[in-house]
Design a protein around this ligand. Sequence first.
Ligand code: WQD
Length: 339
Amino acid sequence: MKILVNGGLGFIGSHTVVELVNSGYDPIIVDDLSNSDIRILDQLTKIIGFKPTFHQLDLCDEQAVKNFADSQKDIVGIIHFAAFKAVGESVNLPLKYYRNNFFSLVNVLNAFEGRGMNLVFSSSCTVYGQPEQLPVTEAAPVQTAQSPYGNTKQVAEEILNDVIASGSDYKMISLRYFNPVGAHESALIGEQPIGVPQNLVPFITQTAIGKREKLMVWGGDYNTPDGSCIRDYIHVVDLGRAHVAALKLMEKEDFTGIDFFNIGTGKGSSVLEVIKAFEEATGLKLNYEIAPRRDGDVEQVWGDATKSTEKLNWKAELDLSTMMSSAWKWENYIAQNPL
Ligand code: WQD
């Protein structure tokens, strides 16, 4: 069964392509290469054993998306990753984020309307802001977004709700990711931050390999057991598998409309605990220091993944140590094989 993977050469998209193939699907990758590397196609070929179908396409170009959809009659599902996702950048360039993240989604929804399509949408725990209750469940109130990026995820979910409410024949699942980290066990694909990494784990691995001098821990005075922020880190391979589970749930006759699922481990880890897990997994000593808090950081957030386990029939299986060792293996791979 052919599945359209929008943004399929990105970090999460590429790992999901592998899991789709492992489950017998035929991924059709679309990517505009604005935030990904065409060489990931060769890397994927090494993992799955054949070159996946790829189309370079600007999903913000309405006519191009319509023409593409008309040429693809046998696609039965869509996984929509295509979006910019740097929180900080979105504050400085809101229109870049609103244009790209909304135009691409609306063009795709429009072009494939009326074909009984199953759509998986890449959402985020950022829709919860700083939840009043932890662990946060899907029933938690969506809070005012802390950034234009977070707002694009909230409004995108409203767009999906409104399309379903209009009587559309789409079936939809929105997956609210927590913090995706790690890499495929082959170390042939992984996270490729452009420039200085904003996220914790790539900054850790780049510090360990000597690309960065020191990791700054943004805040050691939070109201948490060790003073550093808590997040729900999830292995990107587990995350890829959640997308396959979402497609399978929508293929069931009794699934209609739209549903939302937290994709996390249900366990919170502090920044200092992640550093310790990295040191234990690699045997290295990481150079870091406690620094002032970073604006916009929520103090602690981790997910309640019960609904995903019970209804999506999915559960995270890979632990923090595996996340750290796979991220480190990937960092070493790209040090020897610059992509
Ligand atoms: C994690 C913790 C930092 C870097 C990200 C994405 C967001 C969403 C969720 C997709 C925080 C601390 C970080 C560093 C540090 N993903 N940190 N030093 O902010 O939870 O959000 O995942 O939707 O788009 O941005 O992840 O990795 O940036 O930070 O101390 O050099 O690590 O303060 O507490 P975050 P992160």
